[in-house]
Ligand binder design. Structure first.
Ligand code: UD1
Ligand code: CA
Length: 451
């Protein structure tokens, strides 16, 4: 059975108090909508159709051609929103409808829904859950045989119906053709004057078609986000879900509450993560790595056995058994070999460092190629910028840069060459030579006495 997906995201999300559409607010560095589409992706190869409205241009700009977009000009209700997306479907047999603001949905539950939909011969299926606080949700009304009868929105519900704890998640599967026809028959005769998608289920029922309810055991999967308090609640839950996955796969997380790992991060066995750590983006971490406390890693690859303490690492690739920090700042585009030491208050940018090299303290190395087994003394600065252009520094294998040196780029320090401490180097230093470029020391004999 070919299944398409329509995700509703045209609503304004007024309660977020934001100029950006609700579904673009981020949880662990990923927009809310991204969680929904990730869950869908595992189920169908067809590109999801996103129904946009308020702030739709931001959504398109962010996700570009990952999705198909349809615009709902006026927010006339969920039924009208689905209608806006229907023409983007092709030869699908069924269509899954989801809310773009409910990021807790999982591919597991979508698979369970699909299975039940197919096996029962239903023409529509709705995902429900029992919740403690049903306020704001549509209630599932069941018939005498405990089957589906209809959904009543809270604003249309009587006192008795309001007590029902089983609620509509806003996630459904429909037969595509029958949905198309039923949408044409919707009216807005209700307390909100909206075209309710939920009425389609009642229409199906009246036509004698099978409508199934799939009740989620874990009520969290249906949680939607309407304000920033719920955004934080969702962050906590999703964070815990991700952290648990890693812990079960052999990662020690010392304090899950302060550990933020985004969903696409890959972490090897026996990695230990201390408190207050954020690992996001397309990051891959090898085995036996120790990270934190107080570390940020984004879009980076970390080789096995490396230790990182209180540092920031962005878009960089580190080899194995490196030793980073405390207080190192790796800006984008560094490539470090194995056993590299980058110590305290060292900033690296667009720099390649060979195996076994050490930059232990207080340095800025930018636009540089550093060979193997190089030692860069404390306070070394690559002067890579003349106010207009950036220039490269090359430091060959085995070179030794004395403390507090300035290397004025473009410059090349040869293999096993030496730079005396406190030098400002403006000319290349050939292999195995020593360069000293500093004021000569004068010692005045008995100077104090003469004064
Ligand atoms: C809807 C359901 C309710 C369910 C709840 C689950 C209806 C009539 N009610 O209610 O039974 O319990 O979701 O959260 O469907 N949207 C559009 N265009 C519109 C209106 C809404 O795109 O014209 C989108 C919103 O952006 C949102 C989703 O549809 O992503 C749900 O809309 P919302 O207004 O939150 O629906 P509820 O009234 O909460
Ligand atoms: Ca809602």
């Amino acid at each position: 059975m070919k299944i398409g997906a329509i995700i509703l995201a045209a609503g304004k999300g007024t309660r977020m108090k934001s100029k950006y559409p609700k579904v673009l607010h981020k949880i662990l560095n990923k927009p809310i909508l991204g969680y929904v589409t990730d869950a869908v992706k595992e189920l169908t190869e067809v590109k999801p159709i996103i129904v946009i409205g308020h702030g739709g241009e931001y959504i398109k700009e962010y996700f570009e051609d990952s999705y198909i977009y349809r615009t709902q000009e006026q927010q006339l209700g969920t039924g009208d929103a689905v209608k806006a997306g229907m023409d983007a479907l092709e030869d699908e047999d069924a269509v899954m409808v989801l809310c773009g603001d409910a990021p807790m949905i999982t591919s597991e539950i979508l698979k369970i829904m699909t299975k039940q939909y197919i096996n029962s011969g239903a023409k529509a299926l709705v995902l429900s859950a029992d919740v403690d606080i049903s306020k704001g949700y549509g209630r599932i009304i069941r018939n005498n045989e405990d089957g589906f009868e209809r959904i009543t929105e809270e604003k249309d519900a009587n006192e008795e119906e309001k007590l029902i704890k089983e609620v509509n998640s806003g996630t459904y599967i429909f037969d595509k053709k029958l949905l198309e026809e039923a949408l044409l028959g919707l009216t807005n005769q209700n307390s909100q004057g909206e075209y309710y998608l939920t009425d389609v289920l009642e229409i199906f029922k009246k036509q004698g078609l099978i409508v199934e309810v799939c009740k989620a055991e874990d009520d969290k999967v249906i949680l939607g986000i309407n304000n920033r308090i719920q955004l934080e609640d969702a962050t906590k839950i999703l964070k815990r879900r991700i952290n648990e996955k890693h812990m079960m796969a052999g990662v020690t997380i010392e304090d899950s509450l302060s550990t933020y790992i985004s969903s696409e991060v890959i972490i090897g066995e026996d990695v230990v993560i201390g408190h207050n750590v954020s690992i996001t983006g397309k990051t891959i971490i090898g085995e036996d790595v120790a990270i934190g406390p107080n570390t940020i890693i984004k879009d980076s690859i970390i080789g096995s056995g490396t230790t990182i303490i209180s540092s920031v690492i962005l878009e960089s690739k580190l080899g194995s058994d490196c030793n980073i920090g405390p207080f190192a700042y790796l800006r984008p585009d560094n490539v470090l070999g194995d056993r590299v030491k980058v110590g305290d208050f060292v900033e690296l940018k667009k720099t390649k460092v060979g195996d076994g090299s050490k930059i232990p303290h207080h340095s800025y190395i930018g636009d540089a190629v550093v060979g193997e087994k190089v030692n860069i003394g404390a306070g070394t600065i690559t002067c890579n910028y003349d106010g207009e252009h950036k220039y490269q520094t090359t430091i060959d294998d085995g070179a030794f840069i004395g403390s507090n040196s300035n290397l004025v780029a473009p410059i090349k320090i040869g293999k096993e060459a030496y730079v005396g401490a406190g030098s400002t180097i403006t000319k290349d230093v050939p292999d195995r030579n020593l360069a000293i470029a500093r004021g000569k020391q004068i010692v005045k004999d008995n100077w104090k006495k003469k004064k």
